[in-house]
Design a protein around this ligand. Structure first.
Ligand SMILES: Nc1nc2c(c(=O)[nH]1)N[C@H]1C(S)=C(S)[C@@H](COP(=O)(O)OP(=O)(O)OC[C@H]3O[C@@H](n4cnc5c(=O)[nH]c(N)nc54)[C@H](O)[C@@H]3O)O[C@H]1N2
Ligand SMILES: Nc1nc2c(c(=O)[nH]1)N[C@H]1C(S)=C(S)[C@@H](COP(=O)(O)OP(=O)(O)OC[C@H]3O[C@@H](n4cnc5c(=O)[nH]c(N)nc54)[C@H](O)[C@@H]3O)O[C@H]1N2
Ligand code: SF4
Ligand SMILES: [Mo]
Length: 734
């Protein structure tokens, strides 16, 4: 508790960057969520965080468990008690397992918002025997973590406080988008750090960058190969580090020689001189970072592009050094998710059934098993659940199995704090898969399109209603306090309680001895001899001092113990062990534009908050961005309604002509549905404007090694349409 007795520290989960804020309570209700009282942290708040009270107190918050009474997706419900819901879920899951095996349960969760340890999902699933856990982190940071492990065994974090150069591959933090990262970039810039932005658009970060390279979408891997060409030819690499700590330099060099700057210019559309200038700036900075970016998580050469970021860090001597990127390791004071998850409890036979294991294995158990020994040796635990990634099933394979029972049926699907219908490629396939289930459970705070498809909807608690310690999912060693400020609705549960209560009904009570969320927090702190209460009374945030060049003591957690520029694991798996550029599906006369999804919206996090008035008022309708030349060619202008069509699907949205766009490119926003149309449109309009209907999940649109989709530059066209009749006045006018 702070001095004002009714104020507590809370980790905000409106988005996934987890600012520590303060919650003010009056009359047992959240009155306001406000900025931190420590001046160093007070700038870490955006207007979504400020809207937390509106979200948590919203009239539409789910408060009572619901059981489906109509057809699936008809949105007709009966209210039931939590106990009845849990009894019935356990019984129906038991039937699915008896008929189809435990692997017939798939769980989709992003974990960051429900906080109560995503690894309890894994624990339950591993005890039951299902490897089929999927998550939005397969498209965002979790997969990057797994790909980083191939090269040097961990997922590094920029040393923001000392870096001299920041390279942003698309990544565009702003005042209201990942505010703490925005603040860290600004602080570094004010110290004199250079910023290089690679973005087809003139993004907010590009506007103030030292260098801006306007590459064509989906060409990040080729760009990195061009940088390496300069760095090798001009001998700008760290020869000692390469000689002592890297394997495969000569092979890599030969591959890089296949990418002379003329070729890279042709692929990326960026002037070769500018490419060389940027490469020199990065390599000579004496402490440079390439912060994680989702842009390379979601494109056809994703594995190569992420590997190339790792390789650039390594060969320029920026790995685990001051001002570069640090390999954190586990915090010894807190039992990590990697242990809670009980990955050893799942048999090898069940692990091999993980969907994606055979064809797109990089973030599945297939690779985790190969790195297990080294990970334990270097980091102390055999499985590193970094940013929840590293041993996931492939979402595309899971939805195929749900829809077509291929290679085996998935018949039970749980979505926890995750709007799964709209959060993966090929929404049509996800719907088909969901319609083919015997049991769907949604754990949610609002009635989303995904929840509308469930058999049971369980109301969740929110971050002001539970205790938590944020541990950045082992990405960093920092521990951040989040305190319960008010009681949740009586029939609401945390996701921890959900798994605990299900485990106790399904024979796993021994492995779930912690009755409440507070009990498991006490357990996770027990290695530092503290309870949650003691932690909360003595600290609000603690971070062990970083230690650099740890590899000198323990090596890297890879098969060779070194940085693998040439990946022995990719070779073992039958993939190209060296990075390469692969061209995405080609544009044509029929589909002449390169469409990318993203450019996050200040007002919303992903598919959420369209029902929160203060936020929706700021952005009432979905917008396609188009360059003025393209708008003229298509004869469209601001506020016109259009249909964006791909070979796969179509969305309806409004035009916003922007000079900052790159010509030939279209931006489509992510996550639009219309909560206000719940009574008039099927699934509250989830198929009207959602980017996920546009993206194919066929093999030619997937990265080979991980099987992630190509969201950055798929072919599309626009068709001008009349003003839609089914949308609200606010949407039409906004
Ligand atoms: N098609 C497509 N798919 C994408 C992306 C894309 O651009 N296009 N982006 C990807 C990226 S970068 C990410 S990070 C992921 C994000 O995917 P998710 O992490 O699933 O994010 P959201 O869409 O916000 O869905 C979160 C849901 O959790 C609910 N929720 C919020 N707080 C709580 C809580 O405390 N308890 C419970 N039980 N529920 C809660 C919200 O109401 C919301 O419906 O999506 C990925 N998928
Ligand atoms: N307000 C708000 N903030 C958010 C979120 C939110 O939903 N709302 N979501 C959070 C999450 S989970 C994430 S993952 C981040 C994502 O946030 P960012 O990392 O900033 O990603 P985007 O906003 O999708 O796109 C950033 C830029 O990528 C460029 N781009 C498009 N295609 C390519 C390409 O192929 N290569 C390159 N180099 N650039 C390209 C676009 O022009 C755009 O300017 O934002 C986080 N912050
Ligand atoms: S950036 Fe905004 S929404 Fe995200 S955690 Fe911080 S305050 Fe919350
Ligand atoms: Mo993300």
């Amino acid at each position: 508790m702070s001095e004002a007795t009714n104020t507590t520290y809370s980790v905000c989960t409106i988005c996934d960057i987890g600012c520590q804020l303060r919650t003010e309570v009056a009359d047992g209700k959240v009155k306001r969520v406000i900025a931190h009282d420590n001046p160093m942290l007070a700038g870490n708040i955006c207007y979504k965080g400020i809207a937390a009270a509106d979200i948590h107190n919203h009239a539409d918050r789910l408060k009572v468990p619901l059981k489906r009474v109509g057809e699936r997706g008809e949105d007709k419900w009966q209210e039931i008690s939590y106990e009845q819901a849990m009894d019935e879920i356990a019984e129906r899951l038991g039937k699915v397992v008896a008929e189809h095996g435990p692997e017939a349960l798939a769980v989709s969760t992003s974990g960051w918002n429900t906080q109560s340890t995503h690894s309890t999902d894994r624990r339950f699933m591993n005890l039951l025997g299902s490897p089929n856990w999927i998550s939005g982190v397969a498209l965002c940071a979790g997969n990057t973590a797994a790909v980083n492990k191939l090269t040097y065994g961990w997922f590094p974090m920029p040393d923001w406080s000392s870096t001299n150069c920041i390279v942003l591959f698309g990544h565009n933090p702003r005042k209201h988008s990942w505010t703490p990262i925005f603040n860290s970039i600004n602080a570094a810039r004010n110290r004199g750090a250079k910023v290089i932005v690679l973005d087809p658009r003139v993004s907010d970060q590009a506007e103030t960058a030292d260098l801006h390279l306007r590459l064509r979408t989906g060409t990040d891997a080729a760009m990195c190969l061009g940088w390496l060409k300069v760095i090798f030819d001009e001998e700008l690499y760290d020869k000692d580090f390469v000689a002592s700590w890297c394997t495969g330099f000569e092979q890599l060099r030969q591959r890089v020689d296949e990418y002379p700057l003329e070729r890279v210019e042709e692929i990326t559309g960026v002037d070769r001189e500018l490419i060389a200038e940027a490469a020199r700036m990065y390599a000579s900075a004496n402490g440079a970072v390439i912060p994680w970016t989702p842009i390379t998580d979601q494109q056809i050469s994703s594995t190569s592009a992420i590997r190339l970021h790792s390789i650039l860090r390594a060969v320029t001597g920026n790995l685990d050094v001051v001002g570069g990127e640090t390999l954190g390791g586990f915090n010894p004071n807190y039992i990590p998710e990697s242990e809670i998850g009980m990955h050893d409890a799942l048999s090898d036979e069940q692990k091999a059934k993980q969907l994606g294991f055979d064809d797109h294995p990089v973030f599945t158990y297939r690779v985790a098993e190969k790195l297990k020994k080294e990970t334990e040796k270097v980091w102390g635990y055999p499985y590193a659940d970094l940013v929840m990634g590293c041993q996931m099933a492939n979402p595309t394979n899971v939805f195929r199995a749900m829809a077509n029972s291929d290679p085996y049926p998935i018949k039970a699907f749980f979505a926890l704090g995750n709007n799964a219908l709209m959060s993966y490629p090929n929404q049509h396939q996800v719907l088909k898969g969901m319609m083919n289930q015997d049991l769907i459970v949604a754990h949610e705070i609002f009635m989303t399109p995904t929840a509308m498809l469930a058999d049971y909807v369980l109301p969740g608690d929110v971050f002001t209603e539970r205790n938590h310690i944020a541990d950045s999912w082992s990405w960093t060693t920092r521990l951040t306090l989040s305190q319960k400020a008010v009681e949740p609705p009586p029939e609401a549960s945390s996701t921890y309680e959900f798994w605990h209560d299900l485990a106790h009904r399904m024979g796993f009570s021994e492995q779930f001895p912690w009755k409440t969320l507070d009990d498991i927090l006490d357990y996770r702190l027990s290695r530092s001899g503290r309870t949650f209460e003691e932690f909360a009374n003595t600290t609000i945030m603690e971070a062990p001092k970083p230690e650099f060049r740890k590899y000198k003591k323990r090596g890297f957690a890879t098969p060779s113990g070194k940085v693998e520029l040439y990946s022995s694991i990719l070779k073992d798996l039958g993939f190209d062990p060296l990075p390469y550029h692969r061209e995405g599906p080609a544009i044509s006369d029929d589909y002449p534009y390169r469409v990318f999804t993203g450019v996050r919206e200040d007002s919303f996090f992903q598919t959420g908050q369209r029902n929160i008035k203060v936020l929706r008022d700021r952005a009432p309708s979905p917008k396609l961005f188009l360059h003025p030349e393209d708008a003229a060619r298509e004869n469209v202008q601001d506020h016109d309604w259009v249909r964006l069509e791909t070979a796969h699907g179509a969305v309806t949205a409004k035009i916003l002509v922007q000079e900052s766009m790159k010509s030939g490119h279209i931006r489509v926003p992510h996550g639009w549905w219309y909560p206000e149309l719940r009574s008039s449109e099927h699934l509250a309009g989830a198929f009207i404007s959602s980017d996920a209907v546009l993206c194919s999940d066929e093999e030619e649109f997937l990265d080979y090694e991980q099987g992630v989709p190509h969201f950055k530059g798929f072919p599309g066209r626009i068709v001008k349409i009349d003003t839609p009749q089914n949308l609200s006045e606010q949407t039409l006018n906004g």
